[in-house]
Design a protein around this ligand. Sequence first.
Ligand SMILES: C[C@H](N)C(=O)N[C@@H](Cc1c[nH]cn1)C(=O)O
Ligand SMILES: [Zn+2]
Ligand SMILES: [Zn+2]
Length: 480
Amino acid sequence: MAALSRFLSFIDQNAGRFIQRLADAVSIQSISGNGVHRQDVFKMALWLQGQLDTLGVQTKSVDLGRHVMDGQDLPLPPAILGRIGDDPKKKTVLIYGHYDVQPAEKSDGWDTEPFTLVVDPATDRLIGRGSTDDKGPILGWLNVLEAHKALGLDLPVNLKFCFEGMEESGSDGLDELITSEVAKGKDGWFWGVDCVCISDNYWLNSRTPCITYGLRGLAYFKLTVSGPARDLHSGSFGRTVHEPMTDLVLLMSKLVDTNGKILVPGVDEMVSVASQEEKALYAQLDYSVADVENAVGAPIALSDDKVEVLMGRMRYPSLSLHGIEGAFYGAGAKTVIPASVSGKFSIRLVPPQTPEAVEPLVFAYINAEFARLNSKNKLKIENLHGGKPWVADHTHWNYEAAKRATEAVYKQTPNLTREGGSIPVTLTFAESLGVNVLLLPMGRGDDGAHSTNEKLDKSNFIEGSKLLGTYLYEVGAVNA
Ligand SMILES: C[C@H](N)C(=O)N[C@@H](Cc1c[nH]cn1)C(=O)O
Ligand SMILES: [Zn+2]
Ligand SMILES: [Zn+2]
């Protein structure tokens, strides 16, 4: 039997063990967004490095230094770099993934414990935080490595790996690592890379695989309004003092309208209007308004027009309000006036927008709106993190290889998409290595990444592992 067929059979035969390994990974609470779980992110890095070592990959854990998060000085989780194969006749593919996850608590509304992987027998879904974002896809690569090692098969390409533990919180330290490695020339870790593959996004719906050539960028802001020296009794001080929460809610209400239009002057205007030809590309995608409504679990799409809905996600910027820190949120009816509250919101960016271009518009607008309130409270605006948008050449052989692999595994033509989310390092790889970057998602559009009951369908984990391996065979066969 040819190498590829033996690889595919191995994946099917070992599905149970692969799911167990995913359960082990999910059980490590590698939440990067707060200081409480920082040691768990380090534990996850060690776990991943151990797996790669066992599978014959040469690894190195790179200390990325320290950073300050929410006023806390914290060590950054390491980047885990790896390489296997050094055959000059083969292409070299760089794989990126992230081993950190978003926060999750059962009390957020999960039906099961978020860090215990549950295999739902009724739906064959693998439910747990990180199952689709991004531990499932990372483990897909481990499955490919394990199959080749166990079967004594040579990999069809040389592989390099770059796994980080801060993607969900701004990828601090990673750009510097990549640029310093690139500056080392032939001695750098990324020397000789021919293309990059990232599996860290999702299909548009739950039936059609995707290949993705764009990501939105991000600019994440925190607005803090502070007034009294301490929390106050609203009976004693209501209508007596300027209340921070009242100011903040008013400011937050001025950022975006209920139809998604961004109200910060100049932000929406930076982006050109889509031409009829471009709209025709969105019309071709296998997608319907029902898909978005199924994924979110309610009939609340902003438009009945599929093309408008798709462009809202892929082609235009969006501004979302995320939360208010310091506000009363528990059960009961506490009559407090909070002393200081911080509103968090972010803007997803598309070309030609950049965080640097958008930030001054946001600061100027919020300062002007705050001045209009005539409040004696204090306002502070911070830009917490960001990243530029990215669009790739989808006619490149890297995309052609991914398309052939998808057709071979799924017997379907993939949707060619741009992703609404952000992976800041993508543009850094594209620009500093000067090679084509491809996004090859494993999970479905209804996986609930970042949400409650995040899942990865078992079939997506298993067929997705086959897809990643088949893609490597297709790249290995390219003569470009
Ligand atoms: C698309 C990717 N899987 C992802 O979820 N990226 C995050 C990155 C991020 C940046 N700040 C916080 N998280 C996203 O798009 O939100
Ligand atoms: Zn991710
Ligand atoms: Zn994520």
